[in-house]
Write a protein that binds this ligand. Structure first.
Ligand SMILES: C[S@@+](CC[C@H](N)C(=O)[O-])C[C@H]1O[C@@H](n2cnc3c(N)ncnc32)[C@H](O)[C@@H]1O
Length: 224
């Protein structure tokens, strides 16, 4: 049995399980596994899910927070889910962010991002695009996350990863790099599982002497 066979077999297993349990994507199991391992959700929590279509993570989040508020944002449509708000739009566009803050109304306990760029097969470009999306997810967290809030964010591994991790370390007391079992073993994606949001933007990103640094890596900005 080759590694590839085992990997395909595993994906097939999650595909069948998703169908059986009525989840919209195999990705649901990644979130279930991360919640079971790290204890992300508490009944009543409010959750923002970025890159939420087709809605597998939204289903899991709603199941686990009960009456808590849940909202999903995606470029693509999301079929309605009972008790879940959705917004169709590009998170890198100001209007979408404004619509999110207005519709959600208030602060969130958890920000999730499973956003992924359209992969073109060019490894370093796909990686840079993924990190770029992450900078916007961090910006959303900066605006909407409660003190001590949690965040899970997907990123494709590559040479910009240490800078991204550093930005997360500035904001959260504990940041783990994790790959749930339901992730394809051939995938370059990992999740940053962050707990204990410190509740403020790190000074460096706001102060003027950080302008130079912002040219290299900036939340809500372009990557070099
Ligand atoms: C892996 S899928 C998410 C799957 C989802 N977590 C689930 O369980 O059903 C990644 C999603 O990120 C979305 N996405 C990529 N770039 C985006 C952007 N700029 N704004 C909003 N969504 C984006 C894609 O449209 C895609 O639906």
């Amino acid at each position: 049995m080759t590694g590839r066979w085992l990997s395909e077999h595993k994906q097939e297993k999650y595909y069948r399980l998703a169908k059986k349990l009525d989840y919209r994507s195999r990705a649901s199991f990644k979130l279930i596994q991360m919640d079971d391992r790290f204890g992300i959700f508490t009944e009543g929590d409010s959750v923002v899910d970025l890159g939420a279509s087709p809605g597998g993570w939204l289903q899991v989040a709603k199941e686990r927070v009960g009456d808590g508020k849940v909202i999903g944002v995606d470029l693509r449509p999301i079929r309605p889910i009972d008790g879940v708000m959705t917004i169709r739009g590009d998170i890198t566009v100001k209007e979408t962010m404004d619509a999110l803050y207005e519709k959600f109304g208030g602060k969130a306990d958890i920000v999730l991002s499973d956003m992924a760029p359209n992969v073109g097969g060019h490894y370093s470009t796909d990686h840079a695009r993924s990190v770029h999306l992450c900078t916007y997810a961090i910006d959303v967290a900066d605006h909407i996350l409660k003190k001590n809030g949690k965040m899970i964010m997907k990123v494709f591994m590559g040479d910009l990863f240490p800078q991204l991790k550093e930005e997360m370390d500035k904001r959260f007391r504990d940041v783990k790099i994790h790959s749930p079992d339901a992730t394809r073993s051939t995938s370059s994606e990992v999740y940053l599982v962050a707990m204990g949001f410190k509740g403020h933007r790190p000074k460096k990103l706001r102060s003027e002497d950080a302008e130079e640094k912002k040219k290299e890596f900036t939340v809500k900005g372009e990557l070099k």
